[in-house]
Design a protein. Sequence first.
Length: 479
Amino acid sequence: MNDAILIRKLACRLLMFLVIGCMTARLFAVENVLEPSLIKRYDRNFPASNPLPSPTFSANDRARWATVRALVDRGTFVIGERIEDSGSPTGYRDEGILFEESYRSIDVVMNPETQKFYGTKPPLLTVIVAGEYWLLKKITGWDIDRDRWPVVCTILLTLNILPFAIYLFLIERLLDSMPVSEGAKLFTFAACCFGTFLTTFSNTLNNHTPASFCILFALYPWLKSRSAGESLSAGAVLISGLLTGFAASLDLPAAAFAGLLGLLVLRQSFGRAFLFAVGVIIPLVIQAIINYWAISEWQPIYAKFGGPWYEFAGSHWLKLKQTPRPPGIDFADEPKTLYAFHLLVGHHGWFSLTPVFLLALLGLIKPPARFENPNSALTWNQFRILTAVVASVVFTFYILRTNNYGGFTSGPRWLFWMTPLFLLHLPAAWTLVERSATGRFLAEMALAISVFSTSFPIMNPWRHPWLLQLGEYWHWFRY
């Protein structure tokens, strides 16, 4: 091992410890803060009295935590109930965890028959988090209502930060086997540490960071270098399938990744493809069973959007029927071409907020000659096809299906799970530009802008991206 390799490996190790330290500090300092600039918006006012301190930020994570608390402390998925009340101007009153200050959320539905409220999120992750809370409560006696910070920080440490450390370790292992310069490996690893929104969302409960980890973990056995004659074990194939299925249960469009990887495996071996498919199906079946346990229906809650479950009296989503063009990012009414522009290269742009992915696109489209690892189960050309097809399908899916950017969020969160797919094309991209001073400068600027975008929402990841805030400040657009 020469000096250049040793220096690069030391630098990568230092970067990993630095980013884990930064993420852990942000997590332990977590608190919802009211920003005066945000309160100036048309639909917001400062509370009349001091709000309760809270380590939860937004409608998105609060709905999840409310369900976690209901499962462990009350043994139910129900987080609230509507009760008839003739003395109320509305004719009803709402009670339950959902209506406590620290758990209020718009990401809820109400069963029109039972008048009970539920969170809208796919339930498998919520049950896993509830299991950890139950264990913490049994071992330490912590209560999520009384001991909010110990419970929330411990769970997020194990859900977002420790898996991220494993994620970085595996990426470094993959980089070791790539036929690129040490500079390409170091640049890629720096981008993995600081240049994506996975670090931004490490201090909040969400499904996107775990989904991204699962994609990388599922890919790893297929991309890692093997000694001559060594084949992929049945256990590794099954585990890869399980992780892929779990990713799809967390972020449904990851089913595109599952389907295409399954086809590539099928080309190699029917037996491997069968094992992989079994692994994929297991988490999805478990999620379906939990969904039925929660609401006594097989149809997922999010599939009820646009119906009575979502459009109850007082619902945020009823505004679509009450007002022709309600204001707010959730109700963006713009041409598909404009939505596609903003989703890809505009104020929520996958490529504009994190231009390291634009650089990765260069490595995806035109990798250097002989950029191949002959000892991996999945060839680099197959991985290029996988990334290109999956990204195209997912971009098209969202552009055609919705005009929503994911609500209040500092980046295109519905795309975050694809992060490792793009990052792994950075070594090839750097190889193409490293001999040019201008090329290196542009690549370094792309990383700097990506770090700026992912660090900008340091107080709260559930805030608009800096590009949208800048556009609204200069009156370029208004939601």
